[in-house]
Design a protein around this ligand. Structure first.
Ligand code: HEM
Length: 418
C-alpha cells in the first residue's frame, strides 16, 4: 500500500481525480502527516501535508532552500536538464530558484510593481479585458467550453497587457506555457519525448523574451518588461539569464494558475447554486468568496524545498540534503485549521488559505490574481443570469499547476451589450 501511495503521489493522473487526491491526503494528514515517499523513477522526498507544517518549513527559509529542487521531476528529466545546463537543476534561474540575499534582491526588482498601489492603474484595463471575454461568451449564444472561450486566455491577455506585447502573440505564448506547466497531459500534442518538452518550450520563450527585452532597453516604456529589462541588482545590470527567467516565471506562473482558479471557482459555484445565489445577491461577499475559491481549487499542487542542515518537522528527523514537498491543496483541507474543510462556503471566516504559499517566496502576483478574478466574476454575475453544467468537466493531468481544461456550460444572458 505504501508503495502504491508513493507512486500515486508522482502520477499526474492522480491530480485530475480530486476524489482520489483527497482520499490519499485525508489519510496521510490523519496517519502520517510528514510522510517519506519512495516512488519509482523519482528521488525520494518528504511529503508535508498539514498547513502549519507547510508554513513552518516556509518560515525557516535559511534551512529549507529552494535552489536544489524547486519542483518534482523524474530522475530522467533531472538528468536531461543537468546535461543541457552543465549540471544545474533547471534551465531557468528564476526567483523561485533563488535563496537568501540573492532572492531578496531579485524579487525586489518587480515587487513594488505588483503592489496594490501600482496595480490600481490597471483596474480599468483589467475590467475592459473582462468585458471583452464575457462578450466572447455572449457571442457563443448560450453554450460554451468556459475554459476554451474565457479562462484559458483571459489571464494570458492580462499578462500580455502588463508586458506591453500585442494580442497576436497570444497563441505562441499559450502553446509554450502549456508545455511548461502541463507537459505530462495527453492534450499537449508532441512527437518528442515528454520530458524534453519543457526544455524546448524554455528555448522558445527565451527567444521571444530576448527580443522583447532588447527592445525595451533601447526604447523603455511604462510596462513590466521595461522594468525587468533595465533592472539593477546589487548596483549592476540584472543578468540576461535572470531577466529572461523573470519574464518566463511571470508569463507561466501568472497564467495557468489564474486561469484554473477562474474556471475551478465557476465550477464550484455552479455545483453549489445556493452559494452562487448569495454572491449574486450580496457582492460584499466577493473578497471572502475569492479566498474560498482559492482554498478549494488550490491550483498549485506543490513546491519543493531542500534541507541545508538536519532538522525536525513534526517529530520526524529530516537529514541535510533531503527534499520536502509542500502540498498546498492538502494544507487547504486541513481539519485542524478549517471546519468541515471539504465544504465550499463563500463566507468562511477566518479563512487562512495557503493557495499562494507563504513566507519570503509567497506569490508575487497574488494581488494581481485577485484583481483579475474579481473583475471577471463581477462581469459574469452582472451579465449572465443562469449557469448550468452542460457535460462532464475535464481536468489536466499534472502535479505542479493543475486544474480544469474543459468546463462545458449552458447559460443565459440578460443584458445585450452594444
Ligand atoms: C490564482 C493565481 C495564483 C496562484 C494560486 C499562485 C500561487 C503561487 C504559489 C503557490 C507560489 C509559490 C509560493 C511558495 O513557494 O511559497 C507562487 C509564486 C510566484 N507567483 Fe504566483 N500564483 C498565482 C498567480 C500569479 C500571478 C498572476 C503572477 C504574476 C503575474 C504570479 C507570479 C508568481 C511569482 C513571480 C512567484 C515566485 C515568488 C518567489 O519565489 O519569490 N503568480 N505563486
Amino acid at each position: 500500500m505504501q508503495a502504491k501511495i508513493d507512486d500515486l503521489i508522482c502520477t499526474p493522473a492522480t491530480y485530475a481525480d480530486s476524489a482520489l487526491y483527497h482520499r490519499i491526503f485525508n489519510s496521510l494528514r490523519r496517519d502520517d502527516p510528514v510522510h517519506w515517499v519512495e516512488p519509482q523513477d523519482y528521488r525520494p522526498f518528504w511529503l508535508i501535508t498539514k498547513l502549519e507544517d507547510i508554513r513552518e518549513v516556509e518560515r525557516q527559509n535559511d534551512i529549507f532552500l529552494n535552489a536544489g529542487r524547486p519542483t518534482l521531476r523524474s530522475r530522467t528529466e533531472e538528468e536531461k536538464i543537468r546535461a543541457v545546463t552543465g549540471g544545474k537543476p533547471d534551465v531557468f534561474e528564476t526567483i523561485l530558484h533563488m535563496d537568501g540575499m540573492d532572492h531578496r534582491a531579485h524579487r525586489a526588482v518587480a515587487q513594488s510593481w505588483f503592489m496594490p498601489a501600482n496595480l490600481k492603474k490597471l483596474e480599468g484595463a483589467i475590467a475592459q479585458v473582462a468585458r471583452e471575454f464575457v462578450d466572447r461568451l455572449e457571442r457563443q449564444g448560450g453554450t460554451a467550453d468556459f475554459c476554451e472561450v474565457v479562462a484559458a486566455r483571459y489571464p494570458l491577455r492580462i499578462i500580455m497587457t502588463i508586458f506591453g506585447v500585442p494580442p497576436e502573440d497570444e497563441d505562441q505564448m499559450l502553446y509554450y506555457s502549456k508545455m511548461i506547466t502541463a507537459p505530462t497531459d495527453d492534450d499537449v500534442e508532441t512527437t518528442e519525448p515528454r520530458n524534453e518538452l519543457r526544455i524546448r518550450a524554455a528555448q522558445g520563450l527565451f527567444d521571444y523574451f530576448r527580443k522583447l527585452l532588447a527592445d525595451r532597453r533601447a526604447n523603455p516604456r511604462d510596462d513590466l518588461s521595461s522594468v525587468i529589462a533595465n533592472a539593477e541588482v546589487d548596483g549592476k545590470p540584472i543578468s540576461e539569464l535572470a531577466a529572461l527567467s523573470y519574464c518566463v516565471t511571470i508569463a507561466t506562473a501568472g497564467h495557468d494558475t489564474t486561469s484554473m482558479t477562474s474556471s475551478g471557482g465557476l465550477l464550484a459555484l455552479v455545483q453549489h447554486p445556493e452559494q452562487m445565489a448569495r454572491l449574486r445577491a450580496d457582492r460584499s461577499l466577493m473578497p471572502g468568496a475569492i479566498d474560498e475559491i482559492l482554498r478549494f481549487v488550490s491550483p498549485v499542487k506543490h513546491m519543493m524545498r531542500e534541507a541545508k542542515v538536519d532538522a525536525i518537522v513534526r517529530g520526524k528527523q529530516i537529514r541535510a540534503g533531503d527534499s520536502l514537498m509542500l502540498c498546498f491543496p492538502s494544507g487547504n483541507r486541513d481539519e485542524d485549521v478549517f471546519d468541515n474543510p471539504h465544504e465550499f462556503r463563500i463566507d468562511r471566516s477566518p479563512n487562512r488559505q495557503i493557495a499562494f504559499g507563504s513566507g519570503v517566496h509567497s506569490c508575487l502576483g497574488l494581488h494581481l490574481a485577485k484583481m483579475e478574478i474579481r473583475a471577471l466574476y463581477a462581469e459574469l454575475l452582472d451579465r449572465v443570469d443562469r449557469f448550468e453544467l452542460d457535460g462532464t468537466p475535464g481536468f489536466y493531468k499534472g502535479f505542479v499547476v493543475q486544474g480544469l481544461k474543459h468546463l462545458p456550460i449552458r447559460y443565459s444572458m440578460s443584458k445585450v451589450t452594444a
